[in-house]
Write a new protein. Structure first.
Length: 745
């Protein structure tokens, strides 16, 4: 086996074998990674590490190395002591012999005697033994083969990773022994490894022939006592960049730049093939830099010990292109030609439609006609079109996000027909026809100039003043209306009008349009409209409500923890402490319920309680994304909370809060009558505290759709007073009676 002779060591059990193998492998890797002086010099002067070419071949060599036992023996194999010879004969003689060559080089054949076989090659062995046996017997056939082969000892000396005395298979060759020793060290040569037998050099192996050309012609079988000598490393040059295999190469005399570039696998795809620089150590005193062209003469430049070759990459600069980017279907480069203008790059208006628009259009058509339940069923046939190319650079994240939303994040179809229909106004990002820009680089003073122009006049009217002539390197940027804020009269804004409106639908707003004007121009209200309870929601308001709600709940949570600490410290007994903890846990659950509620962004409109008409609407200027829902007139009111009969009752205009509270059975023993509040249908909240301590709250008339809430009694700590101020929280959340019912569960 290919292991060094370690002398007389204590016997180690089989269980230690994996540990020894791992330790040996780690030690060998550390040896291979040890750097020589030239590698350290390059690291300090150039700032990067370079490997020695070919040394990675020995990174993960086996911990023991020997050829597979059951392989054919070569015809020129020399038989020696320790080899096992298998002899089978039939005919006049019957022989089935397994003989081992002894130290004298002989084997014992019954009825024939001792036969010396040492020195014979394997191909000579069968005819020789047949002749020896033929002296005694005639008319027989003979078959001779080799069984277990002997081991031999060789010496690996010099600059090896692990020099020493190695016991290896007799079939091993010079290359096998080099692998067994871990190869040359970082200070060892790969180009002049010698095999010495007696006082002669049998062969000299250049590992570069094996690594670069797969040439093993100098590899020879080993004999017992052979010495493998790895000399110190020779002259070194480094190829730092521009080749496929950057490394440190060992050179011989008259090695040229062309040779080293071939060893490095040739120039990379992006290498500049015109010139190379060589950093050279001059007379072992100073460093200087030379530059050579990569023509025939330059490639024949002889390299010296310590040279570092650098070949720089091709500049990413284009010499003859113009670029279009931004709100276009395909941002790309175009070849520049003399006289090319803006319109030549945008011959059709469709060039300005982003690819994402068509993806959304295809997805919408695939979902048309599906019910909400159908759209939740997985179906590959209803997935959005995958027409977006991998190289689409126009907002690829938006495209992927839209496709994932359409499919659903958990593998289900995540968007039904209604959701796609509601996305109608976002299906196309409108082009800014009033402004586009050309970014022009001046190579003279290395400055960049921005040249604005009117895109509409350049494309739609072919106005020479705006259809500008382009120069090489120009970058045209097309903007959408969402990229740069536009004047109100030029902005495309959409609002959604729903419910009891004669012209319910999605509308593009006119500049500065108000809610009253929108309802007037779309046909007004139906006879069933309940204008007092109109639900007007706005995204900017929702975001502001969410922020204020988060701040209030965070403050409440902090106060709750402080109150819990005070109550626990003041507890007089274990039972009292447990009761306080249970009460605190209930309050925490209530707080978590409030956290789960999300604001709706509803804005309360100041409309009289009577039926009212459009003229009573405030002159509120609409914003993009506003939603107006006008409900029909309800005929019920609700009472929830700590009452004996939580229910919904038929509305009667003459009845007050007190009447409906009595109809619900009155306040329970746990109810807090002093903290009652009324959620109006228009979204406002009226509490008993806000109306004073008289009977004005109880005598308040309830409007259709109103909800009366009676909270439970809570301890009068600061935090509980915070939590009992539900009016503010529920106003921000914009929830109705159903939310209150959830809180009471």
């Amino acid at each position: 086996m290919g292991t060094p002779n370690l002398g007389s060591l204590p016997q180690i059990g089989p269980s230690a074998t994996p540990f020894l193998a791992k330790t040996n492998s780690l030690a060998r890797r550390l040896l291979v990674e040890r750097r020589n002086d030239f590698q350290i010099f390059l690291r300090e002067s150039a700032g990067f590490n370079l490997p020695i070419f070919g040394q990675d071949l020995f990174q993960d060599v086996p911990d023991t190395f020997a050829p597979v036992e059951n392989i054919p023996v070569t015809p020129d194999y020399a038989v020696g002591p320790g080899d096992e010879i298998l002899i089978r004969g039939w005919g006049q003689v019957d022989i089935d012999l397994r003989a081992t060559v002894d130290r004298t080089g002989s084997i014992q054949i019954p009825k024939v005697g001792n036969v010396t076989v040492t020195g014979f090659k394997f191909q000579e062995l069968q005819p020789f033994l047949k002749a020896q046996i033929g002296r005694i017997f005639q008319n027989f056939d003979l078959n001779v083969n080799l069984g277990q082969l002997r081991s031999i000892q060789v010496f690996v000396v010099g600059q090896a990773q692990q020099p020493g005395n190695y016991t290896i298979s007799s079939l091993s060759t010079l290359v096998n022994a080099i692998f067994a020793s871990g190869g040359p060290s970082s200070s060892g040569s790969m180009r002049g490894i010698q095999l010495k037998r007696g006082n002669k050099v049998v062969t000299e192996l250049d590992l570069y022939d094996l690594l670069l050309n797969g040439d093993k012609s100098k590899d020879v079988p080993l004999l017992p006592g052979d010495v493998i000598y790895i000399p110190p490393i020779g002259s070194l040059v480094a190829v730092a960049s521009g080749v496929n295999v950057p490394a440190i190469y060992e050179i011989k005399e008259k090695t040229t730049l062309e040779d080293v570039l071939k060893w490095g696998g040739g120039l990379t795809t992006t290498a500049n093939g015109r010139k190379a620089t060589i950093e050279r150590i001059q007379d072992r005193k100073v460093r200087k830099v030379d530059e050579f062209t990569l023509d025939k003469a330059g490639l024949q430049q002889a390299l010296q010990d310590g040279d570092m070759v650098k070949i720089y990459a091709v500049s990413p600069r284009f010499d003859n292109v113009v670029t279009i980017r931004g709100n276009v279907a395909d941002p790309m480069h175009f070849p520049w030609k003399e006289g090319v203008r803006v319109k030549d790059l945008i011959p059709e208006k469709e060039v300005l439609i982003p690819r994402l628009y068509w993806i959304k259009r295809n997805a919408l058509s695939q979902f048309s006609g599906l019910s909400s339940s159908d759209s939740r069923r997985p179906s590959d046939s209803r997935r959005p079109s995958d027409s977006r190319r991998p190289d689409d650079s126009r907002r690829p994240d938006d495209s992927r996000r839209f496709e994932e939303e359409a499919r659903g994040g958990d593998g289900r179809q995540g968007r039904n027909q209604e959701e796609f229909r509601n996305d109608l106004k976002r299906s196309l990002t409108e082009v800014n026809w009033d402004y586009a820009a050309i970014e022009r680089f001046n190579p003279g003073d290395l400055t960049t100039k921005l040249i604005p122009f009117n895109l509409g006049k350049a494309i739609l009217k072919t106005d020479p003043e705006h259809n500008l002539a382009l120069q090489p390197g120009d970058v045209i940027t097309i903007f959408s209306k969402s990229d740069i804020a536009q004047p109100l009269e030029k902005q495309s804004k959409y609002v959604r009008l729903e419910g009891e409106a004669s012209g319910a639908g999605l509308y593009q707003m006119e500049p500065g349009e108000t809610l009253r004007h929108l309802l007037t121009r779309t046909g007004g209200l139906t006879t069933n409209a309940y204008l007092y309870a109109v639900v007007f929601t706005r995204e900017s308001t929702r975001a502001d409500q969410q922020k204020r709600q988060d701040e209030a709940l965070a403050r409440m949570e902090m106060e709750l923890e402080r109150a819990g600490a005070r109550l626990t410290a003041a507890a007089l007994s274990a039972e009292s402490a447990a009761a306080e903890q249970l009460q605190l846990e209930n309050r925490r659950r209530l707080l978590e319920s409030l956290k789960a509620m999300k604001p709706s962004g509803r804005i309360v409109l100041e409309i009289p309680r009577e039926r009212g008409d459009i003229k009573q609407l405030p002159e509120l200027v609409l914003e993009d994304g506003d939603r107006i829902f006008i409900p029909s007139t309800p005929s019920v009111v609700s009472v929830f909370g700590s009452v004996y009969n939580q229910n919904t009752f038929v509305h009667q205009s003459s009845r007050t809060v007190s009447d409906y509270l009595s109809q619900a059975g009155g306040v329970t023993r746990d109810g807090d009558k002093s903290e009652m509040f009324l959620i109006r249908a228009n979204g406002s909240v009226l509490s008993r505290n806000s109306t004073g301590w008289g009977s004005s709250f109880a005598s308040t008339r309830m409007m259709p759709g109103d909800t009366l809430v009676v909270p439970e009694q809570l301890e009068r700590t600061n935090i509980m007073r915070e939590l009992k101020d539900w009016a503010q929280i529920l106003y921000q959340i914009g929830l109705g009676a159903a939310a209150i019912k959830v809180l009471q569960q």
